[in-house]
Design a protein. Structure first.
Length: 362
């Protein structure tokens, strides 16, 4: 990445600033980086301290819905479809990129849009967004730290491995990811009684914690052939690191990272097969979503108990509204990967499809 355009640094709270600073002097030049890092962290913490006084007193969401799956498996389009069909509360882009001020300032006056770094997808100010970005900027441990310092991707993978292996009973809900929990309480408070819809591939690795924090939560896991996922992830992570990284990635670091993350994702799926009842998790195939989007979305809404047995017309209206708002595009094909962890995940996905597929959920 040396010699390319300057990066767009990710500035957040003091914990993220301290983590970034621990990497040493950036290889990619950013004007007054140390000063800007400290300045943003200072004001982030001041604003967050003010906001958290109110957020800490709010009740947690009771029965959120989590959209899970490996990066580039279709989590974004599924998240947007469910949001469009239900109008449930879900974090918006302007909130996730400004988690310390969004509860103080209110929404922007105007909509803006930009292309995502990895593809032609659009990011809109008021569009549904993954709360992992807020979690990252708040300073909580996130694999997205690898966007900033790809030299430490092994450290990011270790975070996921540790989270998957955690015993739910051993977690401390009041002290685990406390800023992220406060952020969710603030989002949920906007409309008490409405369900909260959350999406982050990173949450896939936090399933033991999520089950402990939210005993009534439901999960929708979207899966895709690992060859397609791996090829798309290489493009995505390279694009994100090209945009945000302050250091160049070591050779082979990204490939090793993705292999380890497939292994961790397989571990999360194994735990679901051993511990999760079909009433709490639905498996959705990306191929089914692209081939039969209406039927697949209907299966999801029924699993989330939105079929309205006495109101079939309402379900049809929900489906039509969502599919008109959110285009569903087929992904590019790819050969099976030469990675044992990715292939092992494909085998587990076959078992998960049988146990948690729409027929099981119905």
């Amino acid at each position: 990445m040396s010699g390319r355009r300057p990066p767009r640094p990710l500035y957040g709270g003091r914990p993220l600033a301290d983590w970034t600073r621990a990497g040493g002097r950036p290889e990619r030049r950013v004007a007054a980086h140390a000063l800007r890092l400290a300045w943003h962290a200072y004001w982030f913490e001041q604003n967050w301290r003010t906001a958290s006084r109110r957020l800490d007193a709010l009740p947690p969401p009771d029965d959120p819905v989590f959209v899970l799956g490996f990066w580039r498996s279709g989590t974004t389009v599924l998240h947007e479809l469910i949001a469009a069909a239900t109008d449930w509360l879900t974090p918006r882009t302007w909130q996730c990129f400004h988690p310390s001020t969004c509860f103080l300032s209110g929404p922007p006056r105007q909509q803006a849009a930009a292309e995502r770094p990895m593809d032609a997808g659009r990011i809109e100010t008021f569009g549904p967004q993954e709360d992992e970005l807020a979690l990252l900027l708040l300073g909580e441990p996130s694999a997205y730290r690898g966007f900033i310092d790809p030299r430490r991707l092994d450290e990011c993978a270790e975070l996921a491995t540790t989270a998957v292996a955690a015993a739910p009973a051993a977690t401390a809900p009041a002290t685990t990811l406390p800023r992220w929990q406060a952020f969710l309480r603030g989002i949920a408070a906007a409309s008490p009684g409405s369900r909260l819809l959350l999406k982050s591939p990173g949450h896939t690795f936090r399933l033991p914690l999520l089950q402990s924090l939210f005993p009534r939560a439901r999960f929708v896991w979207i899966g895709r052939e690992s060859g397609e996922v791996l090829a798309s992830n290489l493009r995505m992570w390279r694009a994100m690191m090209d945009t945000y990284a302050l250091w160049d990635p070591p050779g082979g670091a990204l490939e090793r990272f993705l292999s380890r993350m497939f292994h961790a994702c397989g571990g999360a799926l194994e735990r679901c097969l051993a511990e999760m009842p079909p009433q709490r998790l639905l498996w959705v195939d990306f191929a089914a979503l692209t081939a039969q989007p209406r039927q697949t979305l209907a299966d999801v809404l029924r699993f989330l108990q939105l079929d309205g047995p006495r109101e079939p017309a309402q379900l049809e209206r929900r489906l039509t509204r969502a599919l008109m708002r959110v285009p569903v595009h087929p992904g590019s094909r790819a050969s099976p990967p030469d990675d044992e962890h990715a292939l092992a995940f494909d085998r587990l996905a076959t078992v998960a499809r049988q146990r948690f597929g729409p027929r099981s959920a119905g």
